[in-house]
Design a protein around this ligand. Structure first.
Ligand code: G16
Length: 543
C-alpha cells in the first residue's frame, strides 16, 4: 500500500465555529475539502506519528465515507492505532469516553450535531483532545491557520476497512480496532447510577417515552433503557438511526421534538419524556404536562445529584454558559460551591472539569453533563433524572414546583431568528454593540437598564481570554436579555435572543413563561430592534 502525497491549495472558510467545522454536506464532499481540514487538524496538533485516535460519528449521510478517508489519512500520517465505532458510528459522549478510557491522543468526531443530515443538509468534523473534550480555541485557531497555508495532504492508497466487523484489522501499518459503539458507554452509565433502583421504578409500572429522533442515540437508549433498566419495549421511538434522520430535525427542543411534546401534554401522558439530538450530546426533559427548560434542568440536577451513587460525595462546583439562566447559581450558593459562567461552547468547560473546579455543567442549548466525560451527554442527563425520580418518588411536576418554591424561579426563554442575511445580522449586532456604553440608565417598557456589555471570559485555569461572546443587557429588577450570533449554523446568520426574569416567590411561580417574560421581551425589542431590522414577525424557534 502506497502513501500518496497529494498537492492541494488552501480552501477559504475552514474556520471551526462553536463546535468544530460545520458546512453543507456538498461542501464537505467537494474536492480536497475534507482532506485539507483533516490534514490541518493533524498538522496543528503535532502530527499523527505513533499516535492513537478515536474515529466515529453520528451516522449521518457521508459519515461512512468520511471515516474511511480519515482512517487512510491517519495511516498515511503514521498513526499507530485507530479505535472506530462499528459502522463508523459513535455518539459524541461515547467518543469522548473512548478517548479517555483508552488514553488516546484525541478523536475525530464526524457530526453536525443537532443540524439536519442528508445530501442537501449539514455535515461536520471536530477534533477532541486527549482529555476527551472539544479542542479549545487556541487549538481551533491553529487548525484554521493551518488550513490557510496547507500545500499537501497524505493519504494511503488502500481499499476500505470493513467497519461492519468488530475486531482488529490492519490498514497499512496502522491497527484498526472496530468496537461496539454502545458497550463501554453503557458500562460507564451503569457505574454512575443506581440501576437496581431504576429497574424497580420501571417494574412498578413507571412509563417513559424517549424520542431518539432517528439519530445516533437510538441503540444506546434501547440497550440502556429497555434492555438494562426494563422500560417497556417501544419506550424508545424513532430508535433506528438513519443517514437523513428520517427527515427529522434532530434538535431536542419543543419546536422540533413536537411529537414528544404533544404526547407529554396529553392527559394520558407517560410519567417522563426525553429526547436527544443527532449525535447524542443534547437532551430535552419533559414531565407529565410540564416542560423543563434546560436551565432549570441543570439547577434541579445540581441540587439533587447527590442522590446518584457516583456523586454522593457532592459537587466541586457548577458551571454554566453565560446565556444560561442564573437558576444554577442559586443552587451553587446554597451548596456553598463555586459557580462559573463561561462563553457558549462545551469546550470552555474542559479546563474547569480537568482542574477540579466543576463537577456538573450545563447550557441553555439543551446540554448537560459532568466530569464523567468531557462532552455534554444527553442520555447521562436523562438517567440522572430517572435516578432522582426513583429516589424521590415524586413526579417531575412536584420536583419542579418544590425547587421553585425553595430557590425562586428564573423564568427563561430563547427566541431564535434563523438564517438571516449575514449583513442584516451584522447590522443588528453592531448597532447594539455601538450603543452599549449609552444604555445604562435608559428606561424602557417599565424596566431600567442597569448594565450593558459584550461578554468576555478570562479562563481561570490557563489565563486565555475570549472576547465578543454576546451582548448582555441587565435591568435593575434583576432581569436580563442577551443577544448573540450562533456559531453552529450553515446558512446565513442565526441570532439568538436570551430572556430571563427572576421571581423569588412565594407568589407568581406558576405563570406562563412568555407572559412572565413579557416586559423583558418588550424591552429587548425596543433596545435591539430585532424584529424591525430583520423584517420578521417573530422568532422561528422558541425554547
Ligand atoms: C454546540 C456546542 C454547545 C453550544 C451549542 C450552541 O452544540 O457544543 O456547547 O451551546 O452548540 O451553539 P450556538 O448558539 O453557537 O449555535 P451542539 O449540540 O451543536 O454540538
Amino acid at each position: 500500500m502506497q502513501i500518496l502525497t497529494i498537492p492541494t491549495t488552501p480552501i477559504s472558510g475552514q474556520k471551526p465555529g462553536t463546535s468544530g467545522l460545520r458546512k453543507k454536506t456538498s461542501v464537505f464532499q467537494s474536492r480536497h475539502y475534507l482532506e485539507n481540514f483533516a490534514q490541518s487538524i493533524i498538522d496543528a496538533t503535532g502530527g499523527a506519528e505513533r499516535r492513537t485516535f478515536v474515529v466515529g460519528g453520528d451516522g449521518r449521510y457521508f459519515n461512512d465515507r468520511a471515516a474511511q478517508v480519515i482512517l487512510r489519512m491517519l495511516a498515511a500520517n503514521g498513526a499507530r492505532r485507530a479505535i472506530v465505532g462499528q459502522g463508523a458510528v459513535l455518539s459524541t459522549p461515547a467518543a469522548s469516553h473512548l478517548i479517555r478510557l483508552n488514553g488516546t491522543d484525541g478523536g475525530f468526531i464526524l457530526s453536525a450535531s443537532h443540524n439536519p443530515g442528508g445530501k442537501d443538509a449539514d455535515f461536520g468534523l471536530k477534533f477532541n483532545m486527549p482529555n476527551g473534550g472539544p479542542a479549545p480555541e487556541a487549538v481551533t485557531e491553529a487548525i484554521y491557520a493551518r488550513t490557510q497555508t496547507i500545500t499537501d495532504y497524505r493519504v494511503l492508497e488502500a481499499t476500505d476497512v470493513d467497519l461492519a466487523k468488530i475486531g482488529e484489522q490492519e490498514l497499512g501499518k496502522m491497527q484498526v480496532s472496530v468496537v461496539d459503539p454502545v458497550a463501554d458507554y453503557a458500562a460507564l452509565m451503569e457505574s454512575l447510577f443506581d440501576f437496581p433502583k431504576m429497574r424497580t421504578l420501571f417494574s412498578k409500572g413507571f412509563r417513559m417515552r424517549f424520542d431518539a429522533m432517528c439519530a445516533v442515540t437510538g441503540p444506546y437508549a434501547v440497550e440502556i433503557l429497555e434492555r438494562r433498566l426494563g422500560a417497556a419495549p417501544g419506550t424508545v421511538t424513532h430508535a433506528t438511526p438513519l443517514p437523513d434522520f428520517g427527515g427529522m430535525h434532530p434538535d431536542p427542543n419543543p419546536t422540533w421534538a413536537h411529537e414528544l411534546m404533544a404526547e407529554m401534554m396529553d392527559p394520558g401522558a407517560p410519567d417522563f419524556g426525553a429526547a436527544s439530538d443527532g449525535d447524542g450530546d443534547r437532551n430535552m426533559v419533559v414531565g407529565q404536562g410540564i416542560y423543563v427548560s434546560p436551565s432549570d434542568s441543570l439547577a434541579v440536577l445540581a441540587a439533587n445529584v447527590h442522590l446518584a451513587p457516583a456523586y454522593r460525595g457532592g459537587l466541586k462546583g457548577i458551571a454554566r454558559s453565560m446565556p444560561t439562566s442564573g437558576a444554577a447559581d442559586r443552587v451553587a450558593e446554597a451548596l456553598g460551591v463555586q459557580a462559573h459562567e463561561t462563553p457558549t461552547g462545551w469546550k470552555f468547560f474542559g479546563n474547569l472539569l480537568d482542574d477540579g473546579r466543576a463537577t456538573i455543567c450545563g447550557e441553555e442549548s439543551f446540554g448537560t453533563g459532568s466530569d464523567h466525560v468531557r462532552e455534554k451527554d444527553g442520555l447521562w442527563a436523562v438517567l440522572l433524572w430517572l435516578n432522582i425520580l426513583a429516589e424521590r418518588s415524586e413526579t417531575v411536576q412536584e420536583i419542579m414546583k418544590g425547587h421553585w418554591s425553595h430557590f425562586g424561579r428564573n423564568y427563561y426563554s430563547r427566541h431564535d431568528y434563523e438564517a438571516l442575511p449575514t449583513e442584516v445580522a451584522a447590522t443588528i449586532m453592531d448597532g447594539l454593540r455601538a450603543r452599549l456604553g449609552d444604555l445604562p440608565g435608559t428606561a424602557v417598557a417599565g424596566l431600567t437598564v442597569e448594565g450593558a456589555d459584550d461578554f468576555a471570559y478570562l479562563d481561570p485555569v490557563d489565563g486565555s481570554r475570549s472576547t465578543a461572546q454576546g451582548l448582555r443587557l441587565r435591568f435593575t429588577d434583576g432581569s436580563r436579555c442577551v443577544l448573540r450570533a450562533s456559531g453552529t449554523g450553515t446558512e446565513g446568520a442565526t441570532l439568538r435572543l436570551y430572556l430571563e426574569r427572576f421571581v423569588p416567590g412565594p407568589g407568581g411561580l406558576d405563570q406562563e413563561v412568555q407572559q412572565a417574560l413579557a416586559p423583558v421581551i418588550e424591552a429587548a425589542e425596543a433596545l435591539t430592534a430585532l424584529k424591525k431590522l430583520s423584517g420578521r414577525n417573530g422568532p422561528d424557534v422558541v425554547t
